[in-house]
Design a protein around this ligand. Structure first.
Ligand code: SAJ
Length: 426
């Protein structure tokens, strides 16, 4: 099967880089997104997200005619669905995955499907979602045969291949990471692996759709549990007067120990979300997974409590009063060197601190031109790094390179809360 015309549904953090990489291999890529602004931006050769080198790649793919965006799906050899899978917001359901974007994407491509097409779901999904997607497609196109009913002889092939790329390093990881390719049938897997071999230099390992779905959820839950361990140890160390950064460095000298880094909590739209997809399907058996979520979710409140304590210390030990004390939060994004605020614990801390101290709070965020409205409403100000150094309490929340490289000096009347071990790096 030749894959010369590829359609990518959803041009976000995964879909757009994937579209650009495939276009750079000389394939015609039609990107589909229901947001007209996103479509227009891409067709002008620009991008709407921050990801290193993506702007150049999209610019040349569009200029050379290999990449084009549209709001309406068109015919193609392969369709890649990379739309969000958030939680259901309504109906009082807690942490239940919402497959409505996948359903809408499936229904939107159905009219364009032709015999011989490959449809791949890349969105992170609960176990069984690919089978559901296959069912939605079959219902929309009774004139075509699908693998869940016709097995290896079906007109359409369907697979799940979860994305595994790290924001900030997406273009490299899209090419170099191994891919888990889970077909509804063996032939679906083989064809999907052939497709990924167009641009993937890592190995494309074939399995079933259900195993591929669970594999992705397991990877992110594994990381969440390990970060929760680091976060728990950091709180214990604080209580016992032990330097957690030194402790972890020492413990990691053991050949079979590799503790991750504590922080203000876990953010992003993956690690803080995906473990719940397992927990919602196996609630009784997911005790460790749910506890890790709780530990990581509670970390921002712990940070806020520490900030309040430091403020009290400054008020007791200096001539500062409640009206002129200044608190600086360094960083808002969910991790360093990106512009993404999704589920950001740094943002949560800054909001809580702003709720209490209002216009006395300064924020430094090199990846934003202005603060989110939720912070502006409290009178919180966006300031530069050197100004922030004048604050009485400095809260280091994100280890952006610009912060790590800055010679941060904490004066005797100042207090610092270093949630990322930045002051220890140098
Ligand atoms: N974090 C820590 N300590 C650490 C590592 C991370 O506190 O030692 C925090 C980060 O600051 C951030 C959060 O965890 O708030 C998540 O960051 P991350 O870098 O661990 O992961 P993501 O969300 O950017 O990307 C993850 C990756 N998954 C794994 O590493 C298992 C990536 O490969 C996935 O493709 C991505 O989720 C996804 O899309 O699912």
């Amino acid at each position: 099967m030749e894959f010369n015309r590829i359609s990518i549904i959803g041009l976000g953090y995964i879909g757009l880089p994937t579209a650009a990489v495939i276009a750079s291999c000389g394939k015609v890529v039609i990107g589909v997104d229901n947001n007209q602004y996103v479509v227009d931006t891409i067709n002008q050769g620009n991008i709407h997200i921050v990801e290193p080198e993506l702007d150049l790649m999209v610019h040349s793919a569009v200029a050379e005619g290999y990449l084009r965006a549209t709001t309406e799906p068109e015919s193609a050899d392969a369709f890649i669905i990379a739309v969000p899978t958030p939680f259901k917001a309504e109906g009082g359901e807690d942490h239940v995955p919402d497959l409505s974007y996948i359903e809408a994407a499936a229904k939107s491509i159905a009219p364009a499907l032709q015999k011989g097409n490959l449809v791949i779901l890349e969105s992170t999904s609960p176990v069984g979602a690919t089978e559901k997607m296959a069912q939605w497609l079959a219902e929309a196109r009774p004139d075509l045969s699908f693998p869940q009913s016709y097995g290896e002889d079906s007109d359409i092939r369907i697979a799940h291949c979860p994305e595994r790329v790290l924001p900030g390093n997406i273009l490299q990881e899209l090419v170099s990471n191994d891919r888990v390719v889970g077909g509804i049938t063996h032939r679906c897997s083989t064809q999907a692996a052939d497709f990924y071999n167009i641009f993937v230099k890592g190995e494309c390992v074939e399995t079933s759709a259900r195993t591929a779905e669970m594999c992705k959820l397991t990877e992110n839950s594994f990381r969440d549990i390990n970060i929760a361990f680091a976060n728990e140890i950091s709180i214990i160390c604080d209580e016992l007067g032990v330097d957690v950064w030194e402790l972890i460095k020492l413990a990691n000298r053991h050949p079979r120990v590799n503790i991750l880094q504590p922080g203000p909590g876990v953010g992003g739209h993956c690690i803080a979300v995906d473990p719940w997809f397992i927990a919602s399907q196996a609630p009784e058996s997911s005790r460790l997974i749910k506890t890790a979520r709780a530990v990581n979710d509670e970390k921002p409140s712990w940070v806020v409590k520490k900030v309040k304590k430091l403020v009290a210390e400054v008020l007791t030990n200096t001539d500062k009063n409640e009206d002129n004390i200044r608190i600086a939060c360094l960083g808002l994004t969910f991790k360093p060197n990106i512009d993404d605020l999704r589920e950001s614990p740094a943002m949560e801390v800054a909001l809580e601190v702003s709720k209490v101290f209002n216009s006395q709070v300064w924020v430094v965020e090199p990846y934003l031109e202005e603060l989110p409205e939720s912070l502006l409403n409290f009178g919180t100000q966006l300031v530069g790094l050197s100004k922030a150094m004048e604050a009485d309490v400095i809260v280091l929340l994100v280890d952006h390179k610009a912060f790590v490289d800055y010679p941060i000096q904490i004066g005797s009347n100042q207090r610092a809360l270093d949630t990322r071990g930045m002051l220890k790096i140098r």
